[in-house]
Design a binder for this molecule. Structure first.
Ligand code: GUN
Ligand code: ZN
Length: 430
């Protein structure tokens, strides 16, 4: 294997969940990351790996910085970029007042491109290299996101929202057109370069049973595509969903009955699940996208960590822009930590960085592609400056452990800490 690039700095990555395996966290304070083209070749201690350096190769040296795999945001709405931080008393009025009118504009492909361009640059500025992205009901909005992603060579997962009821006419498809348009987009985009498709029924209240059934059929016809939707976010939403599908055992069961629970299905929020729901999540290897800034901002509720961990459900954390209030996965860790505390759970920093990298990749069944520095994985990584702000620099003078260093970064860090973002081994410059 030819080594083409080398980076020297501290290195952080995971090969397993640190909560289950004490050897899962890999930290090399003077580390070396070696690439072979677009892939990871090796990561380890500088003094052990330097023998593998080709003599003529220049090493990029980042003293005092941390290299870690690019962050993965498992639930985000790119069309909501322009309405982030819109005030409303809860999810349903927020959707009516801001979300639907904002999403209307994505019938215009030029507008969709302009927002997608900004959105992807903002993700990269925050160190997020992969995301599971909701577009709008308009197929043009999906093309725009994937074209912009392809131009940057990003590994993105995205899909067309499907809604055939309880939404304005201008955002409505039908069960049939939603399925046909989604299938055409799967054929066009799923597996083209680094792009991957997510079948995207918005949430049960805006889909007829027939739409969910056709969506489930599509998901079984294309088993390596992703599925993304919302569930059990807000109490009013839960009551509404149950009243619309009275035969279902629970809100989650609506999706289960339609064949929408399987590996690569990502369920956002999952705040108001019961034990049977949690068991089904684990049995089907469906994953949770916990969206802390959104849940706090919209007053949706506090996610319960302990029962989700006990049930062994694949877990990830996400921004949920524009319900969420920050593009930063560091800020998302900060709010995740506080939500865990409110439920009596203690979340170490190692677990937070795991959730934002390998944990998310595993929840998406992409751990052999992204999320760690395992050799052969794609070389999407970031350079973190742990002293990027005056306060971080000052606090960093008083650190007693690696855990404390990472914890401080998760609590006080944000986009200012992301010094550089590399995509398949190449530094991204917007
Ligand atoms: N439920 C249905 N649609 C949405 C959305 O756009 N954002 C959030 N947070 N929840 C939803
Ligand atoms: Zn959402």
């Amino acid at each position: 294997m030819t080594i083409t690039d080398a980076f020297r700095a501290s290195i952080l990555y995971f090969t397993d969940d640190p909560a289950c395996n004490p050897d899962a966290m890999h930290w090399h304070s003077d580390g070396l990351l070696l690439l072979s083209g677009e892939k990871i070749a090796a990561a380890g201690d500088y003094h052990l790996l330097k023998t593998q350096l080709p003599p003529e190769l220049t090493v990029s040296h980042w003293p005092g910085k941390i290299l870690c795999p690019g962050f993965i945001d498992t639930h985000v709405h790119y069309p909501q970029t322009d309405m982030i931080a819109s005030p409303a008393p809860g999810l349903l009025p927020w959707l009516e007042t801001y979300t639907f009118p904002t999403e209307r504009r994505f019938q215009d492909s030029e507008h969709a491109h302009e927002v997608a361009d900004f959105f992807l640059d903002e993700l990269l500025r925050n160190g997020t290299t992969t995301a599971m992205v909701y577009c709008t009901v308009h197929p043009e909005s999906v093309d725009a996101l994937f074209i912009q992603s392809e131009q940057r060579n990003l590994r993105m997962v995205a899909g067309k929202v499907m809604m055939d009821r309880h939404c304005p006419d201008f955002l409505r498809d039908t069960a049939e057109t939603g399925a046909h348009e989604s299938e055409a987009l799967i054929r066009k985009w799923h597996g083209r370069g680094r792009q991957l498709y997510a079948i995207t029924p918005r949430f049960a209240p805006t889909s007829s049973e027939r739409q969910l059934v056709l969506t489930g059929e599509l998901a079984s016809q294309y088993p390596d595509t992703f599925i993304q939707t919302h569930v059990a976010e807000n109490k009013d939403e839960c009551h509404w969903a149950r009243s619309l599908f009275p035969k279902a055992r629970s809100y989650l069961d609506i999706y289960d009955q339609c064949g929408l629970m399987r590996p690569r299905a990502m369920y956002a929020h999952c705040i108001w699940l019961d034990e049977t729901d949690r068991r089904r999540m684990a049995e089907t290897q469906s994953a949770i996208a916990l969206c802390p800034t959104s849940n706090l901002f919209l007053g949706s509720g506090l996610f319960h960590f302990e029962p989700a961990i006990a049930a062994k459900i694949p877990l990830s954390i996400a921004t949920d822009i524009g319900g969420g209030t920050s593009f930063s996965m560091l800020q998302t860790m900060n709010e995740t930590y506080k939500i865990a505390r409110m439920g009596g759970h203690y979340l170490p920093a190692a677990s937070m960085f795991y959730l934002a990298t390998l944990g998310a990749a595993r929840a998406m069944q992409l751990e052999n592609t992204i999320g760690s520095f395992t050799p052969g994985n794609e070389a999407d990584f970031i350079v973190i400056d742990p002293q990027a702000t005056p306060l971080l620099a000052r606090r960093s003078q008083h650190l007693n452990s690696l855990e404390e260093q990472l914890f401080v970064l998760a609590m006080l860090g944000d986009d200012r800490c992301v010094e550089a973002t590399y995509i398949c081994g190449k530094k991204y410059i917007s």
